[in-house]
Design a protein around this ligand. Sequence first.
Ligand SMILES: CC(C)(COP(=O)(O)OP(=O)(O)OC[C@H]1O[C@@H](n2cnc3c(N)ncnc32)[C@H](O)[C@@H]1OP(=O)(O)O)[C@@H](O)C(=O)NCCC(=O)NCCS
Length: 211
Amino acid sequence: MNNKPEFRIVLSAPDMADDLAAIQRACFPKLAEAERITAAHYRAQIARFPEGQMSIIDKSGRPVASSTDLICKMDFEHFEHRYIEAVGNNWLTTHDPTGDWLYGADIGVHPDYRGQGLSRMLYEARQNLIRRLNLKGHVAGGLLSGYGQHSSLPVKEYVDQVVAEKIFDPTLSIQLRRGFKVRGIFNNYVDDPGCQNKAALIVWDNPDYRA
Ligand SMILES: CC(C)(COP(=O)(O)OP(=O)(O)OC[C@H]1O[C@@H](n2cnc3c(N)ncnc32)[C@H](O)[C@@H]1OP(=O)(O)O)[C@@H](O)C(=O)NCCC(=O)NCCS
């Protein structure tokens, strides 16, 4: 349900690519340049898997948030990988229409528009896509954005405390509110000192999935 009538979810379009790249830079200021999604990447992602690329636009039609997804197969026994490999260097060449999981490559809400439920809108739209495509669920590497302030703790303990709601992580806590569960830890997911390169493997199981 869209309880924010001033904002609307749309499929991302090629003419939004420059705005989306600017949002990406604002959302991931410490992420290595080589891992950031550029305007050219956005255009390629839209061409490869249009339904998986969503944006939120304001009343003027300008994007203020977006998400990037691809479809993949998952082996939860051997899940360790790096972000940049999973997303085919951001070109989404890894998108596999015969797969059964939606892989959450990216979500970003421009800093000026946070705390208004926009990520909730995007996560719910992605869950609807998963239901429509009858996929098993949503899987992602949830960046441990707050770990830098708690890096004296072993990362497993940090994640346990976020799950127990003793520590608020600006990214993982929000994802847990959307129904994701932590299934593992990536020690070297991205090149980003903001999260000390670390992420949690997070999974949302589609309750309506039919084998
Ligand atoms: C993580 C991010 C996408 C969240 O976007 P957002 O639009 O501000 O989030 P929302 O407003 O939808 O808030 C989502 C939930 O978190 C809660 N929340 C948000 N900020 C909170 C805070 N400081 N303390 C407690 N709860 C908070 C909201 O109440 C809401 O919960 P509810 O819907 O159950 O009430 C945004 O901060 C962002 O773009 N971060 C940088 C990029 C990033 O890290 N992306 C994720 C990569 S894995």
